[in-house]
Design a protein around this ligand. Structure first.
Ligand code: SF4
Length: 278
């Protein structure tokens, strides 16, 4: 995507926003649900190892970075935020994190729920209330609701990153997301593509990073259960009934027939033989 096009996208953003800073809100209960010491240690070690490997491979974090972490309220983005902060203590470089939540505007007040979470755990944050969700579900939208909703939320995040002078935006997409997106793009986008672990925009002014891209969803699920984070309700009518969910179920069926399929697809995405494509 070119510079001009990106700028046009940002200026075309029609998200009505209320940017909110810290405010009082009831604290959420956030106790670990189970805590078997050996299992916890193994899960935590493995998730940190895989995230560290991805970060090193693409040099995703550098000294002085200001990273806007997109937190939807799901287990993936909560894990990402937590792990990125925890990592600062163990590495010789320093970066700053700002957690960002875009409430899709379905009336479930995910903004309030996320604000409480960020405050309770001492994160710098920005919370935005938008109308991305209702817009994506309006009769005028002829696209898949998730496609438009995510695009509008992404634009809001880019705008926020620019206002806060963040040079990076981190998303919590994991290994299964990469694979599912690959099939979504083939089935519904007629293209062979997926998400990049690291992707510069505006001539590198903002870089999107996906530090969880090597981590399978089941490991993140385990980690999130150990951490006992609250379930954030976005109030979305499409949740659980999206095209992505259909692909997820299709892949689950395939994985049950052969354990190697998941790994093979992930490697295939990184081993494209262009000369054997028309
Ligand atoms: S599931 Fe709902 S909130 Fe999530 S991307 Fe789709 S439309 Fe938006």
């Amino acid at each position: 995507m070119g510079n001009e096009e990106n700028e046009t996208i940002l200026s075309a953003l029609r998200v009505s926003m209320v940017t909110e800073k810290r405010s009082n809100h009831k604290h959420l209960n956030c106790k670990p649900l189970f805590n078997h010491p050996e299992m916890s240690q193994h899960t935590k070690k493995e998730i940190k190892r895989l995230m560290g490997r991805a970060i090193h491979k693409y040099n995703m974090t550098e000294d002085g970075d200001h990273i806007l972490v997109s937190v939807s309220g799901g287990k993936d983005s909560m894990s990402l935020l937590w792990l990125l902060r925890e990592r600062i203590k163990r590495i010789p470089i320093n970066y700053r994190l700002t957690a960002a939540h875009v409430d899709p505007g379905f009336g479930a007040d995910s903004a309030g729920q996320m604000r409480s979470f960020f405050q309770e755990h001492g994160f710098d944050y920005q919370v935005i209330t938008s109308d991305c969700g209702p817009k994506a579900h309006s009769p005028e939208n002829l696209e898949n609701p998730c496609f438009l909703c995510s695009r509008l939320r992404r634009k809001a995040l880019f705008k926020m990153a620019s206002e806060l002078n963040c040079n990076k935006i981190a998303f919590g997409h994991h290994k299964d997301d990469m694979i599912e997106t690959f099939f979504l793009n083939i089935f519904y986008g007629a293209s062979v593509s997926t998400m990049m672990p690291l992707q510069p925009f505006f001539n590198g002014k903002v870089v999107v990073i996906r530090p969880l891209y090597m981590i399978p969803e089941r490991l993140i699920q385990k980690y999130a259960r150990l951490m006992g984070w609250p379930k954030i309700d976005m109030g979305c009518p499409t949740a659980g009934a999206s095209k992505r969910e259909d692909i997820k179920q299709m892949l689950k069926g395939l994985y049950r027939t052969n354990k190697k399929i998941e790994g093979n697809i992930f490697h295939a995405i990184q081993n494209v033989k262009r000369e054997y494509l028309p």
